[in-house]
Each structure stands twice: as structure tokens, then as C-alpha cells.
Design a binder for this molecule. Structure first.
Ligand code: UT7
Length: 338
């Protein structure tokens, strides 16, 4: 395994940060009009309550690792690296290809990243921020040079397409970032992470695990689908992302006015608006894709980050605030100097 500091000319003082990003959205698009034919809903309800107009849906033969690998290939190409340059792959997902092995191992196989240590990290919709910080610390600790961090989901596979309160919300996709220690990297300045397992009952997938192993009864009770108490989750999502963002700003000595772009978890436009008001950041500062993508859980933040970079929304030196909230509950925020 390579030694990442001091011996290769970049020097130990170079920050650990993002050198490239990539994303992938499946071809198939499911519109609100399509959903009207499936459940008792309306385009008007979905757009006014959530801001979502359409979402991408993976093909039947596409697993989460297939989406993840496509995003990773784009990030590798942008970084000018090959798969064997990677020594770490972390995939954040709640929709792994299988219980085991990890989706990261399937991505490794797909890419041919033979030198990489691979594992999955599960922090629901906050997974990418948690994985980014994990990889940053692993590089900083020594022993790892180039890390591939992916948030990828095939939520369509755990969505109850008969439940109008959840099926209109989610989409599939993958976003990737490559982290290394370099003066050219977009440095990750501060990350705040938090959890509250007491509230796990408000957002979960109850069936198929060791608590409720798959049985005819769990299938009959539809326990293998995602369940969410939307109104409760909404309340906590606003407060938690706000707190994490304020904490990350405070700890890094950055003022909200100094932030050039905010990339929030893309669950609901009303959540973003509520946070924006309280944080004192105008809506123009947010990069949003939820109208086109819906909520992609761990993939939401990295897909939006990649799109914002590609659209020229992030200029070198800009301060970027990432924030996320999800099942667990888990939540977090990151400040990156682009
Ligand atoms: O990614 C992890 C974090 N997740 C989130 O942050 C999601 C947080 N929650 C939300 O975004 C919102 O709570 C939802 C979008 C899920 C729901 O919006 P809401 O404004 O909280 O609606 P509600 O659940 O309070 O439901 C209001 C009404 C209900 O009817 P009644 O009881 O008032 O007659 C629902 O049955 O809307 C009804 N409803 C729908 N009607 C048409 C629920 N879903 C639908 C639907 N179409 N798809």
C-alpha cells in the first residue's frame, strides 16, 4: 500500500480534498403524469408539496453497483487516474446489490480497481457526507493516497409503488468523488456528523434484516419496502440540517454570507426553503436538482455536487456547504473550499 504523505513531492502540508467528481442517472424518466396512472395523486400535489416533477429509474438489470461504477468512471476520467490508482473505495448506500459482499466490492470488480480496500457505509441520506469524512480521515491518517467515495441508490427497488405517500418522492442515481492529498484539491475544511437512533422508527425498511427476517408474513405485510412518517421527518430534517450547517460554519470560522453555493440533500423544496430562511441564505445560493431527480438518498448530494461543478456554479476558491439528513436519524454538513 502506498504512503500518501511527504515522499511524493506534494508534501504533508497539502490538504486532503476532492480532485474530481462524476455522476450517472439512469435513462428512464418517470414523470408525475406517469405516477397519476399508478396511484391516487396529482402533478399539482407532488409539485406543490415537494417540488419534484420527474425522477430517473434504473433498468431492471441495473443494480446499484452498475450506477455507481458509471459515476466512478466519469470521476476517474476527470481526475486523469486509472482504477489501479485507487487504494480505497467507499460506497454509501441503503440499497446495496446484496446484503454482502459490499457494493464497493462489486464496484471494484467492475472498474478493475485491484489495489483498493473496499467497504460500504450506511448512514442513509447522509451517507455521502459521512463517507467523504471517513475517506478524508483515512487519507490524512496515512496509508491511503487516492480514495473513491460514491453515493449510489436504486431506491426504485425498495419503493412501495402502491403507497402514494412515498412512491412519488424517490429516484435512482449515483454520484462519485475522488479524494487525494494535493494543493490542487478542493479541500474539505470541516465536517459535522450526528445521529439519533431513538428516532429510527420514523424512517426505515423493517423487513429482511435480522429483526424481521424475510418470511411470507413480512412479504404479505410489505415490510420489504421503505416506510416514512413524512410530516415528522420533515420537522427533524429542517432543524437538524440547520444545526449541522451552523455548527460547521462556527467550527470553521466561516460566515453564511461567505458561502458561495449550498448543496443540500434534495428531499423536498419546502425543506430547503425553510432552512434557507433560517440560515439567512437566499434561494439562489442553492444548487437544486430535485425537480428532475427526486430524492436519491445517499446519491442526492454527490450528483448535485457534480452537476453544480459541471454547470460552472463552483469557482476555484468558492466556499461550498453540503448538508444532509436521513434515516437513523443521521445528519451532517461539510464545508469545502472549491
Ligand atoms: O430523505 C430523507 C428525509 N426525507 C425527508 O426529508 C422527507 C420529509 N417529508 C416530506 O417531504 C413531506 O412530509 C412529504 C412530501 C412526504 C409529505 O408532505 P406533507 O405536506 O407533509 O403531507 P402529509 O403527509 O401531511 O399529507 C397531507 C395529505 C394527506 O391527506 P389528508 O390526511 O390531509 O386527507 C395525505 O394522505 O396529503 C395526502 N397525500 C397525498 N395526496 C396526493 C400524501 N401523499 C399524497 C400524494 N398525492 N402523493
Amino acid at each position: 500500500m502506498s504512503n500518501c504523505t511527504g515522499s511524493d513531492g506534494v508534501g504533508p502540508e497539502a490538504p486532503v480534498g476532492i480532485v474530481a467528481t462524476g455522476s450517472y442517472l439512469p435513462e428512464k424518466i418517470l414523470t408525475n403524469a406517469d405516477l397519476v396512472d399508478m396511484v391516487d395523486t396529482s402533478d399539482e400535489w407532488i409539485t406543490t408539496r415537494t417540488g419534484i416533477r420527474e425522477r430517473h429509474i434504473a433498468a431492471a438489470d441495473q443494480a446499484t453497483s452498475d450506477l455507481a461504477a458509471r459515476a466512478a468512471e466519469r470521476a476517474l476520467s476527470q481526475a486523469g487516474l486509472t482504477a489501479v490508482d485507487l487504494d480505497l473505495i467507499i460506497v454509501a448506500t441503503i440499497t446495496p446489490d446484496m446484503f454482502f459482499p459490499s457494493t464497493a466490492c462489486f464496484v471494484q470488480k467492475h472498474l478493475g480497481a485491484s489495489r483498493a480496500a473496499c467497504f460500504d457505509l450506511q448512514a442513509a441520506c447522509s451517507g455521502f457526507i459521512f463517507a467523504l469524512e471517513t475517506a478524508r480521515r483515512m487519507i490524512e491518517g496515512g496509508g491511503f493516497r487516492n480514495a473513491l467515495v460514491i453515493g449510489a441508490e436504486k431506491l426504485s427497488g425498495i419503493t412501495d409503488w402502491t403507497d402514494r405517500s412515498t412512491c412519488v418522492l424517490f429516484g435512482d442515481g449515483a454520484g462519485a468523488a475522488i479524494l487525494t492529498r494535493s494543493h490542487d484539491a478542493h479541500a474539505i475544511l470541516k465536517t459535522v456528523m450526528a445521529s439519533d437512533g431513538n428516532l429510527s422508527h420514523l424512517l426505515n425498511l423493517p423487513g429482511g434484516g435480522s429483526r424481521n427476517p424475510t418470511s411470507e408474513q413480512t412479504l404479505h405485510d410489505r415490510l420489504h419496502y421503505l416506510k416514512m412518517a413524512g410530516r415528522e421527518v420533515f420537522k427533524y430534517a429542517v432543524g437538524s440540517m440547520l444545526n449541522a450547517s451552523n455548527e460547521a460554519l462556527k467550527q470553521s470560522g466561516v460566515k453564511i454570507d461567505d458561502i458561495a453555493c449550498i448543496i443540500p440533500h434534495q428531499a423536498n423544496l419546502r425543506i430547503v426553503q425553510a432552512i434557507g430562511q433560517r440560515l439567512g441564505a437566499p434561494v439562489e445560493k442553492y444548487y437544486l436538482n430535485l425537480d428532475r431527480c427526486g430524492n436519491m438518498s445517499a446519491a442526492s448530494v454527490p450528483v448535485a455536487l457534480d452537476e453544480a461543478a459541471a454547470a460552472g456554479r463552483l469557482k476555484r476558491g468558492d466556499l461550498v456547504l453540503l448538508m444532509a439528513f436521513g434515516g437513523g436519524f443521521t445528519w451532517g454538513a461539510s464545508i469545502i473550499k472549491w
